[in-house]
Design a protein around this ligand. Structure first.
Ligand code: ZN
Length: 307
């Protein structure tokens, strides 16, 4: 019994524009407590998150570590004086907020912070579509396009996290003249294939576009271009899709067919001959982020223990 009580508890926070999801879980990811806190002012919201973990302690025990997934932009450079801060955001009152430091100081626990897309990739790795592989790419296509890249069982991180969404792609002939929607690059991948781009091009929300609308052929073309680039660059075992646009399941066969054509038979691995298991949807859906936050907490705890 005492051994049972000694098992570490992990916290996860998924910080979003409308709510902060907070969970307390055991080492297997079993949720012991959960609360959704509305996103209001930074002071009020962060205090409510902190209080959730303080108030649950008498019943469940002290946190061993906390994983935080947050909207950005965030400073992920460990050498930077503002590491772990939400930097400059258009969200009023949320710029220059020391997210990492606030929880480290107020809860006195190990804290790990990650982008929402990297965290979702981590969730897929620990409990989702990528439990059986160490090399994969998780791509989210929603209002933006982003990707977390796993290589050798670890998230790739260079001078910052990879920015797959902003790769340049050849513009489809039928799309010439469309300026794109990326405020930095115009017609980068995100500017051509995000939900925002679809909305701008067709002047309606993507959910209003029927399956036979030409929007989806164009979308599948751009996502297949991304997939072929990711395939040659990272040789992943799988490419997993999530995000609001990718709930449209009719996109998958189109992406696979386009990709197969673009690979031109220049494939070195048998994995590429089975497109149905190469291009796949998320197994966790909307839970990928919070699942990843808990995985982050476990990772930082184990790293500290093994250090
Ligand atoms: Zn861009």
């Amino acid at each position: 019994m005492s051994q049972e009580n000694a098992k570490p508890l992990f916290g996860g926070v998924e910080a979003g524009g409308t709510k902060f999801i907070c969970v307390l879980a055991d080492s297997r990811g079993f949720i012991k407590a959960r609360v959704d806190i509305p996103t209001t002012t930074s002071d009020e919201t962060l205090a409510a998150v902190r209080d959730f973990f303080i108030k649950t302690a008498p019943e469940f025990g002290q946190l061993a570590a906390l994983g935080i997934v947050s909207f950005g932009p965030l400073d992920f450079n460990p050498r930077s004086p503002t590491y772990g801060y939400i930097t400059k955001t258009s969200r009023p009152g949320w710029s220059n907020i020391n997210l990492l430091g606030f929880f480290k100081d107020s809860l006195n626990v190990l804290v790990e912070i990650e982008t929402d897309v990297n965290s979702s990739a981590m969730g897929e790795f620990t409990e989702g579509s990528a439990v059986d592989c160490e090399n994969f790419v998780y791509v989210t296509v929603g209002t933006g396009v982003g990707a977390g890249i796993f290589a050798g069982g670890k998230l790739m991180q260079g001078i910052s996290h990879p920015e797959v969404g902003h790769m340049m792609v050849p513009v489809a002939r039928e799309d010439e003249g469309f300026a794109g929607s990326c405020s930095f690059h115009g017609n980068c991948l995100e500017g051509l294939a995000s939900g925002t781009a679809i909305h701008k091009r067709w002047q309606t929300h993507p959910k209003n576009l029927l399956e036979n609308h030409p929007a989806w052929d164009l979308e599948a073309y751009y996502l297949a271009v991304m997939c072929v680039n990711l395939t040659w660059m990272y040789a992943p075992e799988k490419i997993i899709f999530g995000g609001g646009v990718m709930v449209r399941s009719h996109l998958y066969p189109k992406i696979r067919a386009n990709l197969k054509k673009m690979l031109c038979g220049y494939a070195h691995d048998a994995a590429l001959s089975d497109m149905d298991s190469y291009i796949i949807p998320t197994a966790l859906g909307g839970d990928a982020g919070i699942t990843g936050a808990l995985a982050l907490a476990r990772r930082v705890y184990l790293e500290a223990r093994n250090a």
